[in-house]
Design a protein around this ligand. Structure first.
Ligand code: SF4
Length: 364
């Protein structure tokens, strides 16, 4: 059994560490590229969600490298994510790809089904070993996000242009050499220190911009056209509305303090949206209110074309923007999004925020 999984931002780091710890062979999908998207666009129905098209491309590219088992998480909806796994399985079969697709659905009324699947992809390891490996992987998730947060703070303040990007890209290439969670955690720690030591220009006061929206679009730089780096270079410190750590703590952990805080944050959305309508639209609205209350300079919603929950959120955000007096903008991405137009919109938004603050923004 050689496992692969969808490429979602830096999720490959904890997932690889998890399977290394379990002693299961794993193929890390190549970084998302034009080719990945082309494969997925060819196989998927035209109106399928962008993340699903990219995931299909990931699977094919990993299978070409020897993967024979695909692991993905499932959901019960209410948006199209509810039948992603099953549809992807059928598409692969119809196109002659012979892979075992293991969908990790929420336990629901048949927890044994989920447990059997976890056992299967763990190479029939003991439950103790599985629990340890998942616990370690969740630590890797948190550490990677903490490292990214340091980079987001450094980028608009860096003294030597491009240094933050260089640290990040070296990290992303070399982390793949690590075997298992122990080595991976040590490596991240080393890079957190390197990132913290990036020299800063004195007295820089960057703009603060929150990015909110559909989780896959927010965490996968290829899909959001590297919005975090672009805004950083435009002189803005980026605050992320949702991270992999949030997803893990919400769905897989028993961290009650986090859950209580999350509940409080969702309550902030009650005047605008008070229930889950699929995807992360509820979180998008709650984070928008939260960022406005925090006094951020602006908020950007990023969503994939045709994403139903985020379209609902998009229709609500202008009301929050008006009520709270915070500028907000929405960016929709799909396979035809052009970099130049996207960049122009980001620059115009940053210009507007700078003027509102009555100062010229300082690009790094
Ligand atoms: S959240 Fe949006 S992009 Fe994701 S599956 Fe649902 S509709 Fe598609």
């Amino acid at each position: 059994m050689t496992i692969t999984f969808p490429h979602m931002g830096r999720m490959y780091i904890p997932v690889k560490a998890l399977f290394d710890d379990l002693g299961v062979k794993v193929v890390v999908p190549p970084p998302v590229s034009k080719e990945t998207l082309e494969i997925g666009t060819r196989l998927a129905p035209e109106m399928a969600c962008l993340p699903m098209k990219i995931n299909l491309g990931n699977y094919i590219q990993s299978m070409e490298k020897g993967a024979d088992t695909i692991v993905l998480t499932g959901s019960c909806g209410p948006c199209r994510f509810g039948y992603y796994g099953v549809v992807e399985k059928e598409i692969l079969k119809d196109n002659g790809y012979d892979a075992d697709v293991v969908i990790l659905d929420a336990p629901g009324r048949e927890p044994q089904v989920l447990l059997n699947r976890i056992r299967k992809i763990s190479g029939n390891s003991s439950w103790l070993k599985i629990a340890r490996a998942f616990l370690q992987a969740s630590k890797v998730v948190e550490q990677v996000d903490e490292f990214i947060d340091i980079l987001l703070k450094k980028r608009p303040r860096e003294l030597n242009k491009g240094e933050t990007d260089r640290v990040q890209s070296k990290f992303e290439k070399e982390v793949l050499i690590c075997k298992g969670s122990g080595e991976t955690l040590e490596f991240i720690e080393e890079y957190k220190e390197k990132a913290a030591q990036i020299p800063e220009r004195p007295g820089v006061q960057p703009l603060h911009i929150g990015i909110v929206g559909e989780i896959y679009t927010l965490i996968e730089p290829y899909v959001n056209l590297n919005i975090e780096n672009k805004l950083g270079h435009l002189g803005a410190e980026v605050h992320r509305g949702i991270t992999v750590t949030d997803w893990v703590k919400t769905h897989l952990s028993l961290d009650m303090i986090y859950k209580r805080e999350r509940k409080k944050k969702l309550k902030k959305a009650e005047n605008y949206l008070s229930l889950c309508i699929g995807g992360h639209a509820w979180e998008t609205i709650a984070e928008t209110v939260h960022y406005a209350d925090m006094g951020l300079d602006g908020i950007i919603q990023v969503l994939p074309f045709g994403c139903m929950p985020e379209i609902v959120a998009e229709s609500i955000i202008p009301t929050i923007s008006r009520d709270k007096g915070v500028p907000a903008m929405t960016l929709t991405v799909d396979e035809l999004t052009g970099e130049a137009g996207y960049m122009t919109r980001l620059e115009a938004f940053v210009d507007l925020l700078s003027q509102k603050k009555g100062r010229v923004y300082e690009r790094s």
